[in-house]
Design a protein around this ligand. Structure first.
Ligand SMILES: Cn1cc(-c2ccnc(-n3ncc4cc(C(C)(C)C)cc(F)c4c3=O)c2CO)cc(Nc2ccncn2)c1=O
Length: 271
């Protein structure tokens, strides 16, 4: 019996949570009591067979700061991807909606960064690359828990506008030079994206590089121009962000090092 295969009879579908990259996502109850989110994959949006193969690996990735994949319903079409449920939705929306109570709460914003770095350090340890780390792809649960979502799924998107670096949906503003030039993804390209995610957190959800066109952002990144320090952000925290934007992957810290750097900063700020 395939552990990662979920029987649709065990799922009760509830309200719609949104429609993401792959189609509608609904809240669900699994085996009567487990809160889940159920992605109902729109046909033709993802390479399903490859994903179903990978799902076996993904269900084994378990960490308090990763949105847990419970399994898939792959015996019918559309296939369902069943994950744990996070009641406050995307971190980006949460930052924008709670800006007034978050801005200036350095400790809470830093704690969000630290939670994400823990989830990412776990993925790094398992040689697992996210490929689209950003505030929009993190989720918020009760008691300000923040978890990384949809890690690794980028590999199965069929939309060229998203997968090719020249496409309109490619996340240019979260990409380092080696991804812009050669789409060379690594845990160090996730670290660059993590620096931009820190900037999103400390600006409470501003758009990086404002309204600059993708071509202008590519030009700046390649010339080594980086995002400015957010107003309500301590210098020590901006120093960590800047570390994430080292021009070459070898100039950036690993998530393991990042996690420890952030814990140190948190210590000094609360002393
Ligand atoms: C687990 N989960 C998922 C979602 C949810 C809903 C709609 N779209 C999405 N998204 N969002 C983004 C997304 C991105 C990708 C990339 C491959 C990385 C491009 C692939 C996806 F499959 C999704 C997806 O499914 C999500 C994120 O997977 C919302 C939750 N919660 C709430 C709660 C309240 N209000 C709204 N959502 C929740 O708990």
């Amino acid at each position: 019996h395939d552990k990662w295969e979920i029987h649709p009879m065990e799922l009760m579908l509830l309200e719609e949570l949104g429609s993401g990259q792959f189609g509608v996502v609904r809240r669900g109850k699994w085996r009567g009591s487990i809160d889940t989110a159920v992605k109902m994959m729109k046909e033709g949006t993802m390479s399903e067979d490859d994903f179903i193969e990978e799902a076996k690996v993904m269900t084994k990735l378990q960490h308090p700061n990763l949105v847990q994949l419970y399994g898939v319903c792959s015996k019918h079409r559309p296939i369902y991807i069943v994950t744990e449920y996070m009641k406050h939705g995307s971190l980006l929306n949460y930052l924008r909606r709670h800006e007034n109570s978050l801005i200036g709460n350095m400790g809470l914003l830093l704690d969000m960064c630290i939670q994400v770095s823990k989830g990412m350090a776990y993925l790094e340890r398992h040689n697992y690359i996210h490929r689209d780390l950003a505030a929009r792809n993190c989720l918020v649960g009760s008691e300000n828990v923040v978890k990384v979502a949809d890690f690794g799924l980028a590999r199965y998107v069929l939309d060229d506008q998203y997968t090719s670096s020249g496409g309109t949906k490619f996340p240019i503003k979260w990409a380092p030079p080696e991804v812009l030039n050669y789409t060379r993804f690594s845990s160090k390209s996730d670290v660059w994206a993590y620096g931009v995610l820190m900037w999103e957190i400390f600006t409470c959800g501003k758009m990086p590089y404002g309204r600059l066109k993708n071509t202008e952002v590519v030009e700046r990144v390649q010339r080594g121009i980086i995002l400015e320090k957010p107003k309500s952000c301590a210098k020590e925290i901006y120093d960590v962000m800047k570390n994430c934007w080292g021009h070459g992957p070898e100039d950036r810290p690993s998530f393991k090092v990042l996690k420890d750097q952030l814990a140190l900063v948190a210590q000094t700020l609360t002393d």
